[in-house]
Write a protein that binds this ligand. Structure first.
Ligand SMILES: Cc1cc2nc3c(=O)[nH]c(=O)nc-3n(C[C@H](O)[C@H](O)[C@H](O)COP(=O)(O)OP(=O)(O)OC[C@H]3O[C@@H](n4cnc5c(N)ncnc54)[C@H](O)[C@@H]3O)c2cc1C
Length: 391
């Protein structure tokens, strides 16, 4: 670990990719280059399904799946957990199966999330667990609850079951003292998720932050919400601060249904509120624990600098930094190298079920009109650095 005074820099690709062999780097480079082919991006999900039906699961597993996922089940993720821990990077097991929409699947997902909490309890290298409420509750039902309209008898029954699943997960986290993130989702579902999260914080966060809700700072109302929560709640608070993943969908729906767009007008506005939220949490660190969930270098740097200014130890676990597996290793590994608390989301699930997740990662990493994507640029830089060394 570097001494505190050493300058934190995210441009050190040697630290960022120390865990990757030359062959692994080349493989990652080919993969990220392939995201620049619009045809592959467009037809990727369909091609992946065809490849699976032709028995080519091994190909998908050894390429895009191994870049962004830890394995098909918790045991399968052990290697990724160990690999990350060698460089002081923690793992947040993220059960990434999407599209469950019946009670049996919701119960199975609940069971799986509880297993990740148990795993986190038994392994010091998995400091958090995480889940999406839409993995255990029908989106339509969440939307109805979020709208505030009364539920009919059938929906009331379903909501009771959903709440039971939700609190089974949160209470397990409390009992085992494992910190738990609740992911943020679409704005029309979020009031229902926030309501559950506030209840869970009130019961589980009396002594410290166990339950963390997520705030999407691309919403123009979230900074105010954060401040409101701080003044209204008396318990400890946990917040994962992100920019938000559903911008296009949000804007489109607002336009189609004719209500005010919940998203900030510009990227600068989102960045401004993101950084303000970091300031606010760190100014109230006695009661707010925070996870800086971002691939943005400036915001990550800001949080690290504010910690120093406030004389917080780099390893103070009330401030965590988090990125997704296979992305922004230059941020994760350089922060960890300087002693900050860092953990990667490590998605897992059967190959077929995580294809929507993999598709989103591919789209996010496609460069714009001949411009090299952020990840590919870093990988290329490290390959060159190693070549120059061996000359
Ligand atoms: C550990 C972790 C956990 C996450 N959990 C969640 C979660 O629970 N819920 C969720 O929704 N997302 C989540 N995300 C995804 C996250 O919201 C972002 O989509 C993603 O990280 C990209 O944003 P960034 O902060 O890395 O920075 P950047 O790459 O600097 O910012 C890109 C983001 O800025 C915003 N933006 C872009 N253009 C505009 C514009 N014109 N106007 C306004 N805003 C704009 C969008 O949110 C866009 O995704 C998570 C990400 C990480 C790393």
């Amino acid at each position: 670990m570097e001494p505190r005074q050493a300058q934190l820099s995210f441009s050190n690709t040697e630290i960022a990719f120390k865990h990757k062999s030359d062959a692994e780097l080349r493989k990652a480079s080919i993969l990220f280059k392939s995201f620049d082919y619009p045809v592959l991006l467009r037809w990727g999900p369909a091609l992946a399904k065809i490849a699976l039906s032709l028995g080519l699961k091994g190909f998908i597993k050894s390429t895009i799946f191994s870049q962004f996922c830890g394995g098909e089940d918790i045991t399968d993720c052990e290697k990724a957990i160990q690999q990350l821990s060698k460089d002081r990077v923690g793992t947040i097991l993220d059960y990434s199966v999407e599209g469950a929409d019946d009670e049996q699947s919701f119960n199975e997902t609940t069971h799986e999330i509880i297993e990740t909490i148990k795993k986190a309890k038994s392994n010091a290298n998995t400091p958090f667990s995480v889940f999406k409420v839409t993995g255990i509750v029908e989106s339509d039902l969440l939307e109805k609850v979020a709208s505030g309209k009364p539920l009919d008898a059938s929906d009331r029954g379903k909501w009771e079951h959903a709440r039971k699943r939700f609190f089974d997960i949160c209470n397990t986290a409390k009992e085992l003292q494992v910190r738990l993130f609740i992911d943020a989702e679409e704005s029309w579902l979020q009031d229902a998720i926030d309501g559950l999260a506030v209840e869970a914080m009130q019961t589980c966060n009396q002594e410290k932050a166990i339950i963390y809700n997520t705030l999407q700072m691309y919403r123009h109302d979230r900074l105010e919400y954060l401040k409101q929560q701080y003044s209204q709640q008396k318990c400890y608070l946990g917040f994962k601060i992100v920019r938000g993943a559903y911008m296009e969908k949000e804007r489109l729906r607002a336009q189609e249904l004719g209500y005010q767009d919940p998203i900030q007008k510009t990227k600068e506005d989102t960045d401004h509120d993101y950084d303000e939220a970091i300031h606010f949490c760190l100014n109230h660190i006695d009661r707010i624990s925070v996870c800086v969930g971002t691939h943005n270098e400036k915001s990550s740097h800001l949080a690290a600098t504010l910690m120093q200014q406030k004389d917080l130890d780099n390893e103070d676990s009330r401030v965590y930094f988090s990125q997704l597996l296979g992305m922004s290793d230059h941020i994760s590994y350089n922060l960890a190298h300087h002693g900050y608390c860092v953990a990667k989301y490590v998605p897992y699930g059967p190959v077929k079920a995580v294809i929507p997740y993999l598709t989103r990662r591919a789209q996010e990493n496609s460069g714009m009109a001949g411009q090299m994507g952020r990840e590919l640029g870093l990988i290329t830089q490290e390959i060159k650095r190693r070549k120059n060394l061996s000359k």
